[in-house]
Design a protein around this ligand. Structure first.
Ligand code: MEV
Length: 424
């Protein structure tokens, strides 16, 4: 067993790598070489990345791709996506093209309110607490005024502060429930700073602060995206049959949690990829979206579809707390470029783009699942990954791609075929 190590964060990068190689790598030099291969030649850029987190020893690449031809509210977008899963960007591009000739995507932000809490314990008289809160409420705004000044200038700030009695859920538990408008910033630092200041103002011998923190559940920060077309434009062959099958597949995800999780996972393929590429917090987004999917007590589909007369409609409604200023958005050079590619969107515009990316991904998955099955599209990319794993050269790749066209591929079959090809 490796010995515990003290003061590790104070080690130089080289010392950290040496310690790692010494204790964990079978082939020390080879391991170190791999780590260093991923260092950026531009030392300034590398040190920017080093400083994002502690104990950085290298960079972990995830492909950065683009999906062109998205029409959203009549405007054309090329959407940046950062993801390792092979079929996601190809699917996004196909769906973008498909809907570009059917009126494109329509998207709308429904609300933009974010939430944070000061969670505290109080065992005293309830009415006394209500009275104290009423008296102190203006002070909570005053004492956070220096923190909120810039945000207020941008049209945001603290919207309201409420005292919530949670003692029926947990003995002595109360909270300040604070709502915020954070405009183009995701607002995590802003919200947490305000909450900590408020906690400081209300604490006394009787009020014991437990914690002050924003919530990543933002059901009042909602966006909706949709597509629609005439049934006859849905498919060339048998469009009503396939449109109905599509709607049934979505309805299954509305009532069956096992399917809903996979259905929503496919949606998150699109959402996370854009959230990551724009330097936003994909864990926060995912946590909030999944909670929203279970808001009535059962985990359900985030998308919905219906046929109304001769029209097919398909839409998504999700909570999204995103920023286009602050955080990594302007600090990470690729995130900055992503926002430039998206015409420097406001946070609201980015919410619409991200919702569209999720809807598009779900459309691709359901369309494939209810027609050819999912494997056909996946196989091409899967084959390519296997060939790369087997270190096939360009010539070998070409021959084997032809050989496996339209077939289900497995690692062993491809390895055998490559072996045979090399012996021939
Ligand atoms: C794979 O990453 C995503 C899908 O499983 C989504 C779905 O089943 O809807 C294809």
């Amino acid at each position: 067993m490796t010995k515990l190590i003290a003061g590790f964060s104070k080690f130089s990068k080289q010392q950290k790598i040496d310690w790692l190689a010494e204790n964990f790598f079978q082939e020390k030099e080879k391991g170190i070489e791999v780590l260093k291969k991923y260092w950026n030649a531009d030392e300034k850029l590398q040190s920017l990345h080093d400083e994002f987190i502690e104990n950085t020893i290298s960079n972990f690449y995830v492909p950065y791709a683009i999906a062109p031809n998205f029409i959203i509210n009549g405007k054309t977008y090329t959407i940046p996506m950062s993801i390792e899963e092979s079929s996601v960007v190809a699917a996004a591009s196909l769906v973008a093209k498909f809907w570009s000739s059917r009126g494109g995507f329509k998207a709308k932000v429904l609300s933009t309110t974010k939430v944070g809490h000061v969670h505290f314990m109080y065992a005293g008289d309830k009415e006394e607490l209500q009275r104290t809160f009423k008296q102190i409420k203006p002070k909570l705004f005053e004492e956070t005024a220096a923190i909120t000044e810039n945000m207020r200038k941008r049209g945001g700030g603290i919207l309201d502060i409420e005292l919530i009695d949670k003692t029926s859920d947990l003995k002595d538990y109360y909270q300040l429930y604070v709502t915020f408008e954070t405009k183009d910033s995701m607002g995590a630092n802003f919200i947490n700073s305000c909450l900590e200041k408020m906690a400081n103002t209300i604490k006394n011998d009787e009020i014991q602060i437990v914690m002050s923190i924003l919530s990543n559940y933002v059901p009042e920060c909602l966006v909706r995206a949709e597509v629609s077309c005439k049934i006859e434009d849905f498919f060339d062959e048998n469009p009503r049959f396939y449109a109905q099958k599509f709607v049934q597949a979505v309805q299954i995800a509305e009532v069956e949690p096992y399917r809903a999780v996979t259905h929503n996972k496919g949606i998150m393929n699109g959402i996370d990829a854009v959230v990551l590429a724009t330097g936003n917090d994909f864990r926060a987004v995912a946590a909030g979206i999944h909670a929203y999917a279970a808001r009535d007590g059962q985990y359900r589909s985030l998308t919905h579809a219906k046929i109304e007369g001769d029209e097919f409609r398909f839409w998504i409604e999700i909570p999204l707390a995103l920023g286009t200023v602050g955080g990594l958005t302007k600090l990470h050079p690729l995130a900055k470029l992503s926002l430039e590619m998206l015409h420097q969107p406001s946070a609201e515009e980015l919410m619409q783009i991200v919702a569209v990316a999720g809807l598009a991904q779900n459309f691709a998955a359901i369309k494939a699942l209810t027609t050819t099955g999912i494997q056909e599209g996946h196989m091409k990319m899967h084959l390519n990954n296997i060939l790369n794993q087997l270190e096939a050269n360009v010539h070998e790749k070409k021959i084997l791609v032809d050989q496996f066209r339209g077939k289900t591929v497995s690692y062993n079959e491809v390895a055998n075929a490559l072996h045979k090809l090399r012996l021939a």
